[in-house]
Design a binder for this molecule. Structure first.
Ligand SMILES: [Zn+2]
Length: 285
């Protein structure tokens, strides 16, 4: 076989191999999106819960969304307006969904100097104003954190633990118990704020029992915000309960998330189900 023929054979082989790989990817994707909702089956046993099954990364195993089957049925109704997954308000940031290095947004400054994504400024002001009117004395203590700042914080903690004699791996693990790896902090997206009060500025569970903590949790959805890391969703979000951390998702999604009693990860998965469901509906007609 001369060189040219050999090269031609190589090209054909490569093309074939790529085709096969692509086909495998398509099949795996199709299987992966086989999200399952078993509402009625479970409803008999536990009428107040439905189970969503999936095999995707952050959707490990089976977990329950604490909404009623009726609210899921409402979500699945063809008439209910579906939220687009590409929507900036529904940006998912967690350990599996990192923001790209150097992620930049247009910011707007709060009166205390902190920055937020300019697009959430007005709804945030409305939210805070309503809370203060209810007598809460709210205080935003953390907002947008640029990528570089997260890197600084992460590296400082890492160096501290390494200087204490921990191996690199162990130092990383300890750092990540309290700090997100660069790209994984929702504060880097500028869509989240930590809200406390003048009297209660410590970020701890006890904040949930304060007047402000209760008001924020009860009313956030009316202004397009959600309590991003609920107590009973720690395994899914991968973040401990944070009664002070609020995330803007827009009024529509916030109302639905509130109604369903789910967290953002679960909500986005339900949206995916809706997309799959819609596709099935269309093909059936
Ligand atoms: Zn926070």
């Amino acid at each position: 076989m001369n060189y040219r023929r050999y090269a031609a054979f190589g090209n054909t082989f490569c093309a074939l191999a790529i085709t096969v790989i692509l086909m495998v990817v398509v099949v795996v994707e199709a299987l992966g999106s086989g999200l399952l909702v078993r509402a009625d089956e479970v409803a008999e046993e536990k009428p107040e819960r439905f189970v969503v099954e999936s095999s995707r990364q952050w959707e490990k195993g089976t977990f329950a969304v604490s909404g009623s089957p009726a609210s899921l049925a409402w979500m699945l109704k063809p008439g209910v307006k579906k939220v687009l997954l590409e929507d900036w308000k529904l940006l998912l940031v967690n350990k599996e969904n990192l923001l790209p290095e150097g992620y930049k947004i247009e910011t707007k400054r709060l009166s205390n100097g902190l920055l937020v994504d300019a697009r959430i400024y007005d709804p945030l002001m409305e939210f805070l104003k309503a809370g203060n009117k209810a007598g809460c004395n709210l205080l935003v203590c953390s907002a947008y954190r640029p990528y570089e700042r997260q890197v600084e914080l992460y590296e400082a903690d890492l160096a501290k633990y390494q200087s204490m004699g921990y191996s690199y791996e162990k130092a990383c693990a300890i750092t990540e118990e309290t700090l997100a790896v660069p790209g994984a902090s929702e504060h880097q997206a500028g869509l989240s704020v930590d809200i406390v009060t003048l009297r209660h500025q410590v970020l701890n569970d006890a904040f949930a029992d304060t007047k402000a903590g209760k008001w924020l949790a009860e009313h956030a959805h009316e202004y397009g915000f959600i309590l991003r890391y609920p107590k009973d969703k720690e395994e899914i979000t991968g973040i401990n309960y944070e009664p002070w951390h609020f995330r803007y998702v827009g009024k529509e999604a916030a109302e639905q998330i509130h109604e369903l009693g789910c967290c953002l990860e679960e909500y986005l998965m339900l949206q995916k189900i809706l997309v799959v469901q819609n596709r099935t509906d269309k093909t059936e007609k």
